[in-house]
Design a protein around this ligand. Structure first.
Ligand SMILES: [Fe+2]
Length: 247
């Protein structure tokens, strides 16, 4: 069963008047910290998504080098697991296949919503997955170095990263959680890693939230904490903008 989104902030008040920038920012920060994500709705045409997001941190280039990227179906990519097609994706955190620190925040905003079925961004709080593991099991995820591969879609674009790092990493007193349904290489006999992916998948299936976009809607999440994915869609015109933000 899909849980209803409960981390929504509107750009307008009960009278339909636009919220002052400071008020919006305060509500946004609070929800992001508490729930790990925020869905900003009722976004006016004058809203500057890029300027709003710059306050969160430095933008990081995506694997294909764009800083403010487009998420649009690319022709001829529907047959592989890839962000730039119309297929569904599997739950993951962003940047697991790269050696460096994954982006702290990911942001998507909607230029053109998908007509018809599908296209929702889905998410699950990674803390719910980690809560299934006790102290010593989490220690295993801090200490064990795993191999991570990347998607066939990126490979077809000439980007073939692989990285080695643990599932959990501590950075400045905060925890980074990396997760990939298909691209974490599970070593023979590592029951904990097997359980992580299996339980993560089952919890995702049962408890994820699904965000359906209206034009200009903005979704931001803490990529060190949340798992995300996408439902398949049909509309070839669906168009989102995307940025990755360093901590
Ligand atoms: Fe992603």
């Amino acid at each position: 069963m899909t849980k209803c989104p409960d981390s929504v902030v509107s750009c307008v008040d009960m009278n339909g008047d636009e919220l002052a920038e400071g008020v919006l920012r305060y509500a946004f920060r609070q929800l992001l910290g508490n729930n790990g994500y925020v869905h900003v709705v009722d976004v006016p045409e004058s809203f500057d998504h890029v300027a709003f997001l710059r306050e969160l941190g430095t933008f990081q280039p995506t694997p294909t080098g764009t800083v403010v990227g487009d998420v649009k179906p690319e022709w001829g990519m529907d047959d592989v697991n890839h962000g730039q097609n119309r297929g569904g994706l599997q739950p993951h955190t962003e940047g697991y296949e790269f050696r460096g620190t994954p982006p702290r925040y990911l942001a998507l905003w909607c230029v053109r919503p998908a007509e018809g079925r599908g296209g929702e961004t889905t998410m699950l709080d990674g803390d719910r997955v980690l809560a299934e593991f006790d102290e010593s099991e989490r220690q295993h995820f801090l200490e064990t170095v795993y191999q991570w591969k990347s998607t066939e879609g990126l490979a077809r674009r000439g980007v073939v990263p692989t990285a080695e790092h643990p599932v959990l990493e501590e950075r400045d007193g905060e925890l980074i959680f990396r997760y990939s349904t298909s691209y974490l290489e599970i070593p023979e006999g590592d029951e904990l890693a097997r359980r992580l992916i299996d339980r993560g998948g089952a919890l995702y299936e049962e408890n994820h939230i699904a965000i359906r976009y209206k034009k200009r809607d903005l979704v931001v999440w803490d990529n060190w904490r949340m798992l995300h994915s996408r439902n398949a869609f049909e509309d070839p015109q669906r168009h989102l903008k995307r940025v990755q933000i360093a901590g």
